[in-house]
Design a protein around this ligand. Structure first.
Ligand SMILES: [Zn+2]
Length: 229
């Protein structure tokens, strides 16, 4: 009976893959198996001094940097990011977090973190979207790795509107000024993993790392769902 109802529901609201829009089988969630096996993984967690880590050289003190996927314009990852960011499907971010955590677990890396900290959204952004996609990614990682997520330390206190009318330097300065730290003692002497949805220039993470390292002796590593080279 339950299966029958599910069949009816999927007739009305067809369940499709967020990446290729083909119909999903019952056992598939959000992303079809064909897309799953062709995910463009970076495997940066296996590579010390990888290209993403180099993004932060001379800018912020990062212990390790990795990303689950490569972001390709008009590719499947862009469609996934669009779905989890703008189409009310944060569960996609959570699923990707779980998959990434499985990879990390298998390679025995990243199991020594004390906390996972998602890049925060400003209150206004939160109201507008209703959720923070990076927090869902963090939740997925947390479920598999057993590392707690904390959201009361890194705060976004300035709402950054579209910055198209600003110069690159002005934009960078603006981002740098928009985060702050609270309850800094919570992460004193801790090893934290800062997570974001997409890394492009690294400016957002740089701003967050500067805040996190205002606490005492805090090691920060970064991970994202996707990296746009
Ligand atoms: Zn698909």
């Amino acid at each position: 009976m339950k299966d029958f109802l599910l069949d009816i529901v999927s007739l009305i609201y067809p369940r499709v893959c967020v990446a290729c829009h083909s119909s999903l089988f019952k056992h598939e969630q959000h992303i079809c198996n064909r897309c799953y096996i062709t995910l463009p993984k970076t495997d940066y967690h296996l590579q010390k001094d990888n290209p993403l880590h180099k993004v932060f050289y001379g800018r912020a003190n990062v212990t390790a940097a990795s990303s689950f996927l490569f972001f390709q314009k008009k590719g499947m990852v862009q469609k996934m990011i669009h779905a989890l960011k703008f189409k009310g499907k944060p569960e996609v971010a959570q699923l990707l977090g779980k998959w990434y955590a499985e990879d990390l677990k298998q390679s025995n890396t990243s199991l020594t973190y004390d906390y996972i900290i998602p890049v925060p959204l400003h209150k206004k952004g939160m109201q507008k979207r209703g959720y923070n996609q990076s927090e869902y990614f963090a939740k997925g990682l947390s479920e598999v790795l057993g590392i707690p997520v904390i959201t009361n330390v890194l705060i976004k206190y300035r709402f950054t509107k579209t910055q198209t009318n600003k110069t690159r330097a002005e934009r960078a300065e603006n981002i740098l000024q928009s985060f702050s730290i609270e309850n800094a003692g919570v992460i004193d002497n801790k090893n934290v993993l800062l997570v974001d949805d997409v890394i492009t220039t690294g400016a957002t993470l740089e701003a967050c790392i500067i805040q996190l390292q205002k606490s005492t002796n805090t090691k920060v590593s970064v991970a994202s769902i996707a990296y746009a080279q």
